[in-house]
Design a protein. Sequence first.
Length: 118
Amino acid sequence: QVRLVESGGGLVQAGDSLRLSCVASGDTFSIDGMGWFRQAPGKLREFVASIQWSGGGTSYGDSVKGRFTISGDNDENTVTLQMNSLKPEDTAVYYCTAYGARRIWDYWGQGTQVTVSS
């Protein structure tokens, strides 16, 4: 099993920056990549960003491209989401997630709240 713990959420103003971090523990050898999803009240969970350990390839949701940057450290089993130029519509609970060989988001953290005021 893999345990994911997020940190770094909070309340900021529009235009501010915020950095989220996530640490994985447990059977981390089984992780092939990590990422972030978010869910706003009354909305479906939305893909934000991901990073693949092999090769370091990254992917972003359309709504965050150019503003958010994901980075990770395979050896430390950590992933970071740098969020710049935050907008009120970025307000959501942000979840750290990880996948293994099946390329399915098998593991999820408890989530961290990000609130952006206008």
